[in-house]
Design a protein around this ligand. Structure first.
Ligand SMILES: [Zn+2]
Length: 386
């Protein structure tokens, strides 16, 4: 299948070619590897399976900075067709608390948050810290604002003046989703007051890649940046960067002041480590899928996948036969009963294995694997964990 085509409902939708490096802006990208027929959406759905869309992922690298990135971008309305990050627990609750403290240390009175669909960071902030207004600018909000939280239901590029009024511009896990992050950073710098910092949180993509590439790079996170490359991107867009702060091995918090001239950052740092880690990840995942396929074929009991998210989709994309699995197990009640997009598999509560007799569960959940294994063994002591 050619990279410009898709199967499923999106067969007539062309991909958008990426002509310049997302991180450094250099012309031309060098092909690296392809993953054929990947589900375009990372969530769950109740639509008929024949309506799912699949695209080839064509990964490429920048000849200047070495950043690995998608050479062709999927339509945003397909990628984000449902919200799939609704649940805020564990690490995300800690992240929002820590990011709110990072913002509060600068004591802004009028905050503009770009993105922030669920309002979770805004609510965390106003519950713990004083602020005159916290304005969320988000085209697809899933919450109803209460003062001092305001909501502007639009893309920030569509709203005049809102950024200029802020004494701090906040965004959390937004930059890695943007198809044109350089234009975004320059646009905010142009509109923001010179003394109004941008306070941002981004994923630690290098750590994520080391743990699981599918969570790091996919149809949502379409380009790799190390913290060094991010700092360079901010300088290049006209910001002075204050020392980034690490949050666990999960995120970086950065203060960037829009007070210098764009385009004066010099050559970008090399991001080739990310490329090498991604290639290793894909090779390992393909070998793993092959081994699991052989194991499944030799096993005459039910086999389940654990996790109704990108990990399971990626395993299927790497060749694991989804139709051979009985279901996907997931602890999120909002997903149970739905189908994992791009697969024939219904999402079930892990409790189903208690009554299923001997069975195997494939668990590929990085640092959650031990906790999940313990949960499954408590439900069904004889369960096999693959
Ligand atoms: Zn580049």
């Amino acid at each position: 299948m050619s990279g410009a085509q898709a199967t499923g409902a999106a067969a007539v939708v062309p991909l958008q070619e990426r002509l310049r490096c997302a991180a450094c802006g250099a012309d031309g990208l060098d092909p690296l590897l392809e993953i054929a027929g990947v589900p375009v959406h990372m969530g769950c759905t109740d639509q008929p399976a024949q309506d799912d869309a699949f695209f080839d992922q064509r990964w490429a690298t920048c000849g200047r900075c070495g950043s690995v990135q998608l050479a062709a971008l999927a339509p945003l309305d397909l990628v984000y067709q449902t919200q799939h990050n609704g649940a805020v627990g564990g690490v995300w609750a800690r992240h929002h608390t820590a990011l709110a403290e990072f913002v509060a240390a600068r004591a802004p009175q009028n905050v503009v948050e770009i993105g922030g669909a669920s309002g979770a960071l805004a609510r965390e902030y106003v519950a713990e810290h004083d602020v005159a207004s916290w304005t969320v600018v988000e085209p697809n909000p899933t919450f109803t604002p209460q003062p001092p939280i305001n909501l502007v239901a639009a893309y920030v590029e569509e709203v005049d003046g809102v950024v200029a009024e802020a004494d701090a511009v906040v965004h959390s896990h937004l930059l890695e989703h943007l198809y044109e992050p350089r234009a975004f950073l320059r646009g905010i710098r142009e509109q923001a007051r010179r003394d109004a910092p941008m306070l941002l949180s981004v994923p630690d993509l290098a750590s994520l890649l080391a743990q699981s590439g599918a969570n790091a790079l996919n149809f949502e996170h379409t380009y790799f940046f190390s913290i060094e490359l991010l700092v360079w991107m901010l300088r290049d867009a006209g910001y002075t960067v204050i020392e980034p702060q690490r949050f666990e091995h999960h995120s970086f918090f950065v203060e960037a002041r829009p007070d210098t001239e764009p385009g004066a950052a010099g050559p970008p740092p090399d991001a080739g480590d990310g490329t090498r880690a991604f290639v290793r990840f894909v090779e390992t995942a393909r070998a793993d899928a092959k081994e699991l396929m052989a194991r499944t074929e030799a096993y005459d009991r039910p086999v389940y996948l654990f996790g109704a998210h990108v990990f399971s989709q990626f395993l299927v994309g790497c060749g694991f036969p989804a139709q051979r699995a009985t279901a996907v197990l997931d602890n999120d009640p909002a997903k149970q009963g739905l189908r994992l997009y791009g697969t024939p598999l219904t999402v079930r509560s892990p409790a189903v294995i208690a009554d299923a007799g001997p069975a195997a569960v494939i668990v590929r959940a990085t640092h959650y694997t031990a906790e999940i294994t313990e949960q499954l063994r408590a439900l069904a002591p004889e369960v096999e964990i693959w």
